[in-house]
Design a protein around this ligand. Sequence first.
Ligand code: ATP
Length: 531
Amino acid sequence: MPASSLDQLVSLCKRRGFIFPGSAIYGGLANTWDYGPLGVELKNRVKREWWKAFVFKRQDMVGLDSSILMNPKVWEASGHVGSFSDLMSTCKYCKRLIRMDHWDELMNASPWFHSLQNLYSRKKSVSLEDLGLWGQKEGKKLAPNLAVVRNPSVTLSWLSEFLEKAEQVAPDAPIKSSMRELVKYLASEQLGMTGLRLPCPYCGGELTDPKPFNLLFKTYQGVLEGEGTEIYLRPETAQGIFVNFKNVLDTMRMRLPFGVAQVGKAFRNEITPGNFTFRTREFEQMEIEYFVKPGNEASAFEGWKEEVWNWFIALGVDPSRLRMREHTKEELAFYSSRTMDIEYQFPWGWGELFGLANRGDYDLQQHEIFSGQDLKYTDPDDPTKKFLPYVVEPSFGCDRSVLTFLIEAYTEETLPNGESRTVMKFDKRLAPYDLAILPLSKKEHLIAKAQELYKKIVQETDLVCDFDVTGSIGKRYRRQDEIGTPRAVTVDFGTLGEDEKQGTKDTVTIRDRDSLKQERLPISELLGKLK
Ligand code: ATP
């Protein structure tokens, strides 16, 4: 899906009841989204498929639903209170907050940086004069707060030093090496005093020194605000699993290796939320903590990697838009020996959909220290052997998965008759409705017959049915296409035996969303076919 189509998807989601902007009647609350009647069905189905695959269809997995509010010591033990932070800078001019680990990405999308790159690809060598001119023309429009625009003479004098010693500036390199150095010079008005500064990707202004910003959401428990009552909204569901490790072990007679799965809300005071539901401050996760004997974590890691990849593919994600990305040594959390993300090619670029981490025994060890409780596992074959299991953590974003399925489903196509349509080609297991029942017209006895069929289907099967009488049949088909209903059953005059054609009594037409094939079949066979 091209970036431009994202707007169309957002608009379809709103128009058809998948996802609404939050608190809209009060002017909204930035970056909050509400799942509408169809969105909640889609999301529930994603969760159901996940639970089916990773809990019901495996003997080594059980579920859990722990609290969002937990004893604050949990977050001291997990390290979130001390270090759950991103490095942040503020633009001194436009006051935007910039998450510094996103700076490269923001620069690569920055119009003024593109314009600068163009200058370098147009010319064989770029002189000081060229840069000055660029500053007074494009720069002035696109990056009004860049030092070379506001104070060209001083900035260019610093720059001459740089150009003298610079290696060739590579224009098409992403914001790296020489290009990265160059923009620092263009942004540093008082280089002698402040040293080199990074520019704001939006307006070119100077960024402040990065400071850590804690992402934990604080709230208060009880009636008194203040010391002792401050608690946190959980930033991940994982810790609920660790603190219940012993409970699960004692009640469920689990033997290693085994895992615990949980789906639930998490909260992070994200600095740069955005891209629809991709990054929000309140979101849902689907997480697994998988406990293994120390030494078996590497093979468990490989196993999960494959399972998760296949889960996305089986539900219709095109593998050419998925990739695995191993974290580099610098990116790894100190307790993790290996982390890998599955990234999806979102309309704005690659983004993390899922993370798999090898967490060792870090979490259980921390909880032992902070709680003073023994969380060790006793080897059932040799009770003298007690140890903390190692943990492999497959962690899914639920909202990001839903967004991925929405993007994958969104299709604009031209039909053989030249008409165009928008159709959400969800996997049948994910579509909000399994079936639509459509009486051909608003004639009362047609509606009655269709209602009778609707009741029969919902009573005798688990299919979720829509019943729609509003508008022409063409319009209703178009709506069903846009909400991704795989099949539509039309009840017409033939069904009532009122057609000139003989032998159509008690038959209906069933239309396939993707092939558009229509088939006439007796109601008596319909149920069997649908089941
Ligand atoms: P990012 O680098 O995008 O901030 P992360 O590495 O911090 O993500 P994890 O802590 O690994 O994310 O969380 C597991 C999963 O939860 C992610 O793969 C993602 O799908 C989802 N997730 C994390 N933060 C958000 C958010 N703010 N909004 C929506 N989903 C999120």
